[in-house]
Design a binder for this molecule. Sequence first.
Ligand code: SIN
Ligand code: CO
Length: 395
Amino acid sequence: MTPIDIDAPLALLGGRSPTEFMRTYWQKKPLLIRQAIANFTSPVPAAGLKKLAKRDDVEARLIWQENDEWNMESGPFARFPKIAEPNWSLLVQSVDLHDDTTAALMQQFRFVPDARLDDIMISLASRHGGVGPHFDSYDVFLLQGKGQRRWRISRQKDLSLVPDIPCKILQHFEPEEEFVLEPGDMLYLPPHIAHDGISLSDECITVSIGFRAPPLAVLARGLLEVAADQLSARSGLGFGPYSTPTLPGPDLSGMFRDKGLPATTQPAALPDELVHSALAAVQKIAFDERMATRFLGCWLTEPNSLTVFPISQDMIDIDDVLERQGSLALDRRSRMMYRGADLFINGEALETKTNATFKKLADVRVLSTADLKKASADTLTLLQEWLDDGWMVAI
Ligand code: SIN
Ligand code: CO
């Protein structure tokens, strides 16, 4: 896995470079790319998708239309409608966490930061199946994996939804453009573009490479939580959610005092001094980049809630990997990021730990024998721990 050359034209982006794509289309306008991936077939076929949708550690939904009414059911599923029956779609979320080929496909989109990449959802639809006209709040690449799908899209401003139904369906969809996608064709949609994809085949598979963008309120709340953890740790009131020590916070160990408090004739009135003290105390908290980095690093690398790392029965030793000239790779479920000296892996913060080896592991997700030979003893100790925890695999 070599890093993507962001200035070289890519067939994946219709002969545009990632730099050009990001500048012209990302978050701005739709782009249809014919044969983004030549000879492409879905990394997971219909049978594999049904198998995944039966598992209780996989998020799946079945959406079908009956007498003009939309229905939705969440998995796991024991059975599915027959593919010969029209008008249904099975949507399987986060397939990249369960299948290596799908995880490898996701790597092709890493010209966008991992912090923005979310998951790969794969849908299987019978003829005429779809999820109805809707909009998403996130960017998405819709890559056709099998059969044909007709996409109709619109830049309409009216995004009001049909009330009181289980699916998100636009009340008034006014399509402006229409494309029929064949396997390997791909449609990029920025957030809030109305769209409707309908299967034109008996078995239609669409692969959605989806992104995430945190709501600003969630970002603010995250920082407030880190601040709250700092205060709890310093005052001995509790511990933060992370196994790593909380960041040092302000000293608020004292108590409120009101020496010289005058006698009152209005005992139920809340004293001003108390109100002002609360404000003065909170103003001692420094909301800085370190705090934001800590929140984002831990939060964005938190594994999917259904993830269980497979722990190998026979312990693998890095020395043995080196001896046979092997490599180490991050497990497809592992999330790793860094900023400056701070390193984050699977929800844990490792302060001042970033070095060339860890940076390479996070960016490329693989360490070769040569990389391992250059690593310090401390680095190798951590890598061995991650190998033992199933966060990494030997290849
Ligand atoms: C689908 O694959 O059927 C739905 C994808 C989408 O419209 O976001
Ligand atoms: Co959509």
